[in-house]
Design a protein around this ligand. Structure first.
Ligand code: FES
Length: 285
């Protein structure tokens, strides 16, 4: 196996202990057969190879002092990066000694460790977002979401390969969930400005015909769908009421509002910027 491949195989996070288990004292664990010492350093949770560079004593039997771990034998100290910062009795700069450091992070009350350099956070991964457009339409296509998919949506849609969100003139919003075998689920809303303050619409939920199983899925999905719509309606009403309080300002366009400029251009009767220049973004889920 190539070195790059071997490295990639290590680029995952693994939960090792509860955060509450790492208190003032260091803790030794075995990680893939390697002893590690976990302790709270100045930069957060740290994981080092549990062996002092000096006489190979277990660092985990030492103490944590000011966010550094001190070896119990001759007192060499190491910071969270694994670099030796102090040698008792030594005059002058500390020579370059170190012990191997492992990536470590705390999330949701759990300590995760990795022997590689994983991108992103535990449970999260990168999703690619491709934005394309043309006269009167713009869409964003999300790929790489399947690992993030919950049990309910797996049951309703099957394994998800990509999701497409599309806006079409004059106020049509479409969402499509594509599985490995084709379109698994879609929604379409035709929205219109009913009066100055109200948008009304008609929507469909569309899925493949699957006989009784399809009927059951639709039955299961309907209350969830109604609940999501109700929540949306409540939030939008409260935002609309809130926006009327002076001073009146324009809402901000966030870094993940990928289609906002394009939709504004389409509403203005112009070509969306994505038509001339398709874009690719990455988001973390
Ligand atoms: S063995 Fe650790 S300081 Fe000597």
């Amino acid at each position: 196996m190539s070195e790059a491949r071997q490295q990639k195989d290590k680029d995952y996070w693994q939960a090792v202990v509860r955060s509450a288990d790492i208190k003032a004292k260091p803790k030794r664990i075995l990680f893939d057969g390697t002893p590690l010492v976990l302790f709270r350093s100045a930069q957060g949770i740290a994981a080092l190879f549990d062996r002092c560079a000096h006489r190979l004593v277990e660092l985990s039997t030492g103490k944590v002092i000011s966010g550094e771990i001190e070896c119990p034998y001759h007192g060499w100290r190491y910071n969270g990066e694994g670099r030796c910062t102090a040698i008792p009795g030594h005059v002058g700069d500390v020579p370059h000694y170190r012990v191997r450091r492992y990536s470590a992070i705390e999330r949701d009350g759990v300590v995760f460790v990795s022997a590689g350099t994983p991108q992103g956070e535990p449970y999260r991964h990168l999703v690619r977002v491709e934005v394309t457009g043309g006269k009167g339409w713009v869409e964003s296509c999300y790929t790489g979401e399947n690992r993030q998919q919950g049990l309910v949506s797996r049951l309703l849609e099957g394994e998800r390969a990509r999701t497409i969100g599309r806006y079409r003139h004059p106020g049509i919003v479409e969402l499509e969930y594509w599985g490995k075998g084709g379109l698994a689920l879609a929604t379409t809303f035709h929205l219109r400005q009913a009066d100055e303050r109200t948008v009304e619409g008609v929507g469909w939920l569309i899925g493949p015909r699957q006989g009784l199983f399809g009927e059951l899925k639709a039955l299961a999905f309907r209350p969830l769908f109604a609940f999501a719509l109700q929540q949306d309606r409540r939030v939008l009403k409260s935002a609309s009421d809130n926006a009327r309080i002076p001073p009146q300002v324009q809402p901000a366009t966030g870094p993940l509002d990928f289609l906002r400029r394009d939709i504004a251009a389409i509403i203005d009767g112009k070509m969306p910027p994505a038509a001339a220049e398709p874009r690719v973004h990455q988001i973390e889920l």
